[in-house]
Design a protein around this ligand. Structure first.
Ligand SMILES: [Zn+2]
Length: 300
């Protein structure tokens, strides 16, 4: 079933687990992600990043993804990741995304608030969720550079930002970076705990690819409810194609293998984030989207 980011993260906050946002660049990746969610009985956020619109344009992405989200046996949020362009974000809303991120994190504080607020006004009128970023996660989607401490989220700005930008989820900068890590990331968990303490909206971790399982468990324990994964899934698909070629598989078989590789990777993340099993033991019922407490299957 298609849900908004606000709905999917409300459940994650209530039961203290993390939901993966998995970005996809083509239909096979998307299928692998949805299949993983259904098999694991896990909620999932299916993402398309603005920088990847060259491989997966709106009309293509939204029409097919919305259909598969609606038909899925688990809650699926269709999310537009790292929007920077007002027209493109509005186009995403118009195309059927149930959630959008506006990324004004490279802008001055007041400008970030003003721009985010404009997006929130349009999105909320349409029942669509909004995520925004305070502080700045380095690297840029698909890029790679080090995070800088000066760009970390400032605890004292969190409340003001959430209130004035009128958002549903907050992406924080606590030491992660996008793309491949050139160094072992050192996460500022103390800062995260302080942000969680003052924030009344769910928190989002970007730059998830390359973090250790312990990093994920610790960030979820300290308040992260959405974890963004992109690079690792691209690597899984790409490496799978290379292996298939080396093993002499034809293209059709290689495509199936790549989808399976993405699926396996997603399943592993879902188990680490603790979202696996949320919907496993209750048959799908659109009138009762969330399972009862006794159905819960905790990973940690
Ligand atoms: Zn990101």
């Amino acid at each position: 079933m298609l849900v908004t980011l606000k709905e999917i993260l409300a459940d994650a906050e209530e039961y203290k687990y993390g939901v993966g946002l998995f970005n996809h660049l083509d239909l096979e990746m998307a299928n692998g992600i949805i299949e993983a969610a259904e098999e694991e009985g896990s909620p999932v956020i299916l993402g398309v990043a603005e920088v990847h619109l060259s491989t997966i344009p709106f009309e293509y992405a939204a029409a097919i993804m919305r259909k598969s989200a609606e038909q899925a046996k688990v809650p699926v949020c269709l999310h537009f990741d790292h929007g920077t362009d007002f027209a493109k974000i509005v186009k995403a809303m118009q195309s059927g995304f149930s959630s959008v991120m506006y990324d004004g994190s490279a802008l001055p504080y007041e400008e970030n608030i003003a721009n985010t607020r404009e997006i929130s006004k349009v999105a909320h009128a349409l029942g669509i969720s909004v995520e925004a970023e305070l502080g700045h996660v380095g690297g840029g989607e698909g890029g790679a550079d080090d995070g800088h401490e000066a760009m970390y989220t400032k605890v004292e700005q969190v409340n003001d930002f959430i209130k004035r930008a009128d958002i549903d989820a907050l992406a924080v900068a606590i030491g992660t970076a996008h793309g491949e890590y050139k160094f072992t990331p050192k996460l500022d968990l103390e800062r995260l705990a302080q942000i969680y303490e003052v924030s009344d909206k769910p928190l989002v971790l970007h730059g998830g690819s390359g973090l250790s399982d312990d990093d994920f468990r610790n960030t979820v324990k300290n308040g992260i409810r959405k974890v963004n994964i992109c690079t690792e899934l691209c690597n899984a698909a790409y490496n799978s194609f290379a292996a298939s070629k080396a093993n002499g598989l034809n293209f059709e078989k290689a495509v199936i293998e790549a989808r399976q590789a993405v699926k396996n990777s997603v399943i592993r993340y879902m188990r680490v984030f603790g979202s696996s099993g949320r919907y496993k033991y209750t048959p799908y019922n659109p009138n009762k989207p969330y399972v009862s407490d006794e159905d819960l299957h905790y990973i940690f």
